[in-house]
Write a protein that binds this ligand. Structure first.
Ligand code: SF4
Ligand code: SF4
Length: 351
C-alpha cells in the first residue's frame, strides 16, 4: 500500500481573539440544544468547567465567551478503551496518563464490549477502534476482536511492544478470514531511538521496530502513527518518517501524523506553557459543524461514555452512562478542541 498521508489540509492559524461577548456562528447555533452538557443536568448552554475555558490564560472582562457547541450528526465511529488505563509503558506524553499501575479506568470485559457494541449497532455504528492503555494486555482481546470483526472494520491501537509469534499468526488468520478489515496502528514518537525512548523509556524504539518488522514479515501492513513536533511542517516531516521507516525495513510504510495534545502527562510535562487559544474566540460564522470527529464518534470506557477518545480522562469529557444518552451537542471548551480545529485532525485512520 502506498504511503498514506491522512491529515486534512490545515485551515491556517486560528483567527485572533476578538474579546468578550462573542456570539457563535450558524454552525454553533445549529448545534444549540435544550440538552445539557455533561455534568449540567437540565440546563441549556451550560458553561464548561472553569478549568477548561479561557485556555490562553488571558485576562478577560465581561461575560466569558461561549465556545461553539459541536452538534451530533450520527454515530460512525466507536472507540472502546478495552485496556482501561493499563499499559506496559508509562510514556511521558501519554494524554490518558496510562501505565502499569494506572487503574482509573478498568479493562473492559468481553461482556462489556458485547453490550456496548449492541448499543452502538442499534445506532448505526460503522467502525470500531480498540484502545487503552495497551489493548494487547487485555486477556480477552482476541475474543473481543472476533466478536466485532464479522460486523465492522476494527482497528487496534498499540505501542507495538507485545507482539508474539502466536499473536501475529492470529492476526494474519483474522485478516485472511474476515470480511471486514483488521487494522493495526503502531505508535512512534520520533525518528530515532533517542527521541522515541525519551518519551517511552529505554529500549522502546527497538521493541516497537521489532514488532513492526514482524508484522510486515507476516504480510501485514500496519499504520504507523507518529506524533508531529510542533516546529515541523507536516509534509517534510512525513517524508522523513517514510525514509526512516523504509531504512528500518518497513518497506511500504502507511503513515498517520498526530499533533501533540496538551492532555494528561503531556500537559504536566509542558507545565506553564500557554495552551492553544479557546474556540470561544472563533469569529462569528466561522464554525464548521462538520469539521470535527466528535460530530460522529463516541468513546466508551468502563466508566461511561465520553465525547471522544481524547477527553476520556478530562473533566467534562464524560457525557452519559449510555451511548443513546450521549448523542447530543458538546461545548468545545477544552484547549484540545482548539488543537483539533487548528490541525484538522481526527483520531480515526482516515481523518
Ligand atoms: S502513550 Fe500509549 S504506550 Fe504510552 S503509556 Fe500511553 S497508552 Fe501506553
Ligand atoms: S478534543 Fe477534539 S474530538 Fe474531542 S471534543 Fe474537542 S474537538 Fe471534539
Amino acid at each position: 500500500m502506498p504511503h498514506e498521508m491522512t491529515r486534512q489540509s490545515p485551515p491556517g492559524p486560528l483567527p485572533p481573539r476578538f474579546g468578550a461577548g462573542v456570539t457563535n456562528g450558524p454552525g454553533a447555533a445549529e448545534g444549540t440544544s435544550p440538552e445539557a452538557p455533561a455534568g449540567a443536568p437540565g440546563g441549556t448552554a451550560a458553561p464548561a468547567p472553569a478549568s477548561l475555558v479561557a485556555a490562553d490564560g488571558a485576562a478577560r472582562t465581561g461575560p466569558a465567551p461561549i465556545p461553539p457547541a459541536q452538534p451530533f450528526h450520527h454515530l460512525d465511529t466507536l472507540w472502546l478503551q478495552v485496556a482501561g488505563t493499563l499499559c506496559n509503558l508509562a510514556c511521558t506524553h501519554c494524554f490518558v496518563t496510562c501505565g502499569p499501575h494506572e487503574d482509573r479506568h478498568a479493562m473492559m470485559t468481553l461482556a462489556d464490549v458485547r453490550a456496548r457494541f449492541d448499543e452502538a449497532r442499534a445506532l448505526g455504528v460503522n467502525e470500531v477502534y480498540l484502545t487503552g492503555g495497551e489493548p494487547f494486555l487485555n486477556p480477552e482481546l482476541e475474543a473481543i476482536v472476533e466478536h466485532l470483526l464479522p460486523h465492522v472494520p476494527v482497528t487496534i491501537l498499540t505501542n507495538g511492544t507485545l507482539f508474539t509469534r502466536a499473536r501475529i499468526a492470529w492476526l494474519v488468520q483474522c485478516t485472511a478470514r474476515e470480511r471486514h478489515s483488521l487494522e493495526l496502528r503502531v505508535s512512534l514518537d520520533g525518528l530515532d531511538a533517542a527521541a522515541h525512548d525519551a518519551f517511552r523509556g529505554p529500549g522502546a524504539w527497538l521493541r516497537t521496530l521489532d514488532g513492526l518488522r514482524a508484522l510486515v514479515a507476516a504480510g501485514l501492513l500496519p499504520i504507523v502513527t507518529v506524533t508531529q513536533p510542533e516546529h515541523m511542517e507536516a509534509r517534510a516531516f512525513a517524508a522523513r518518517c517514510t525514509a526512516v521507516l523504509r531504512a528500518e525495513g518497513i518497506v511500504q510504510p502507511r503513515l498517520k501524523l498526530l499533533p501533540m495534545f496538551r492532555l494528561g502527562r503531556e500537559a504536566v510535562r509542558r507545565g506553564g506553557e500557554p495552551a492553544p487559544a479557546s474556540l470561544a474566540d472563533l469569529p462569528p460564522g466561522s464554525f464548521d459543524a462538520h469539521r470535527l470527529q466528535c460530530g460522529s464518534c463516541r468513546a466508551v470506557t468502563s466508566r461511561g461514555v465520553y465525547v471522544c477518545p481524547l477527553l476520556v480522562d478530562e473533566p467534562g469529557g464524560r457525557m452519559a452512562d449510555t451511548l443513546a444518552a450521549s448523542l447530543r451537542p458538546y461545548p468545545l471548551a477544552h484547549s484540545a478542541c482548539a488543537t483539533c480545529w487548528a490541525t484538522g485532525m481526527s483520531c480515526a485512520n482516515h481523518g
